[in-house]
Write a protein that binds this ligand. Structure first.
Ligand SMILES: *[C@@H]1O[C@H](CO)[C@@H](O)[C@H](O)[C@H]1NC(C)=O
Ligand SMILES: *[C@@H]1O[C@H](CO)[C@@H](O)[C@H](O)[C@H]1NC(C)=O
Ligand SMILES: *[C@@H]1O[C@H](CO)[C@@H](O)[C@H](O)[C@H]1NC(C)=O
Ligand SMILES: *[C@@H]1O[C@H](CO)[C@@H](O)[C@H](O)[C@H]1NC(C)=O
Length: 408
């Protein structure tokens, strides 16, 4: 009960603080819902605290050195650099189906492709691991973040391969596994979800998930399409803006200051093959420092380790539609995914098994580099077969001119 009261005080004062700073009535929606979302994460974290400590997540593997390079049973920090990741802390992850490892603050967006949708994805993140750098603008995208409160921003450019009923589309974060929650936390969560509904409406969906053997549901916080902060529709035949374009914020429509009109525009979007859709999201970002892997921005309750909420990385960023209105649950069998991306902080990497699931051809880069490092004759053979320097194969390119030979 004390916990609950403290939480309510924290939340309401945060909402009040935010509301006084906001001039437009319309903007209260985004600020209020952002806080509630963050509060929800906090509430989840509260309950999971004890249990997760036992299962505290370690990347011990990273500190071990690799004695047998060819065994490939370990991943050290240097390996991630070999796989094209930056040396400084960053967000890391990969798509499903896997292509390669991707990271935040890259110069160019990363391409994804599946049977329902293809496109590009770019994540910008403030260097929250270094408060001086964070306070300057001397990093890639630093000029963009200057003067903004957001800690990160997600940018999607999508081309649908089938017509998508806009009202069935959800985006958000889900976990692959059920994480049990005790009764006290559940009460706190029900409260906060009720509060969120008042702001976002029935379309916001939160579930703790379950372990139903017949039809299981994953833990998730999912939002309707109009929770995106900006969208741009580019007609077929025209060139959509680059996701890294500094002028991107000036295109399309933004939610801020015109929530009703924005929602109307979003509702009338016809998501079909042909046009290109660009969506940007940063609404709740200041409440979640993803590189630091912690919830932030709520008095008393933050910072909080995100593992308290998710158990362990990765979290899954997803975009899906849901069929069948008779059961409200977001059951796996009813989902059609358009975008799936597992992500984690490079400061809290998951086990090598998880990394492998997402790494795709980045692993080929690593294998090749390791073989070259220990000078196996295989490298020389490839060299003569393909008539190319083997290192050309190792460069981190989005579209290799040919399929790199795989190791035996
Ligand atoms: C790897 O670890 C072993 C013992 O843990 C140590 O003897 C060896 O020098 C280390 N090798 C490198 C390259 O750090
Ligand atoms: C980074 O800068 C943002 C915006 O000024 C601020 O909200 C955030 O607290 C800063 N984080 C750190 C770790 O310095
Ligand atoms: C951030 O910059 C402002 C002004 O440029 C300065 O007043 C402040 O002390 C800086 N904070 C940090 C943590 O460096
Ligand atoms: C695409 O849609 C089909 C049909 O709903 C579904 O079976 C499939 O799993 C989807 N693809 C992905 C990558 O989720």
């Amino acid at each position: 009960m004390e916990v609950m009261t403290a939480w309510m005080v924290a939340t309401s004062s945060a909402v009040a603080d935010a509301a006084t700073g906001v001039r437009l009535h319309d903007e209260v929606w985004s600020v209020g819902s952002s806080i509630l979302l963050a509060a929800l994460v906090g509430a989840l974290a509260l309950s999971l605290g004890k249990k997760s400590k036992a299962a505290s997540f370690g990347s011990d593997a990273a500190s071990n050195n690799v004695t047998d390079q060819s065994a490939f049973d370990d991943l050290i920090d240097e390996d991630f650099v070999t796989m094209g990741m930056p040396a400084e802390p960053h967000l890391e992850g990969g798509f499903q189906p896997p292509t390669r490892l991707i990271h935040s603050n890259s110069h160019d967006a990363f391409a994804f492709d599946n049977e329902n949708c293809s496109g590009l994805f770019l994540v910008l993140h403030r260097p929250t691991y270094d408060s001086q750098l964070n306070n300057s603008s001397s990093y890639l995208y630093g000029d963009y973040f200057e003067g903004k409160k957001r800690l990160w921003e997600l940018r999607f450019r999508v081309q649908f391969k089938r017509r998508v009923p806009q009202s069935d589309l959800f985006f958000g974060v889900e976990l692959e596994e059920y994480v049990p929650v005790n009764a006290a936390t559940k009460r706190v969560m029900d409260l906060s979800v009720a509060g969120m509904r008042q702001v976002v409406g029935d379309r916001l969906y939160h579930t703790l998930g379950d372990q139903d053997p017949v039809e299981s549901e994953r833990p998730a916080i999912m939002m309707p399409l109009w929770a995106f902060d900006q969208f741009i529709e580019t007609p077929e035949g025209e060139t959509p803006p680059d996701l890294s374009d500094p002028n991107l914020p000036e295109y399309g429509h933004k939610r801020v200051g015109q929530i009703r009109e924005y929602k109307r525009l979003m509702d009338s979007l016809d998501l079909r093959p042909g046009p290109t859709f660009t969506f940007c999201f940063w609404g709740v970002s200041r409440f979640c420092d993803v590189i630091g892997w912690q919830a932030t921005g709520i008095p008393i309750f933050t910072p909080l380790d995100l593992n308290l909420y998710c158990g362990k990385p990765p979290l899954h960023l997803v975009l899906y539609t849901l069929q069948g209105a008779e059961d409200k649950r977001h059951l796996q069998s009813k989902k059609t995914y358009y975008f799936r991306c597992g992500f984690w902080s490079s400061l809290k990497r998951p086990s090598k098994e998880v990394v492998r699931k997402f790494a795709g051809r980045s692993l080929e880069l690593l294998k090749r580099a390791r073989r070259t490092r220990i000078g196996q004759p295989a490298a020389a053979t490839e060299l003569s077969i393909f008539g190319l320097n083997v290192f050309q194969c190792c460069t981190d390119r989005e579209s290799a001119p040919f399929q790199c030979p795989t190791s035996s």
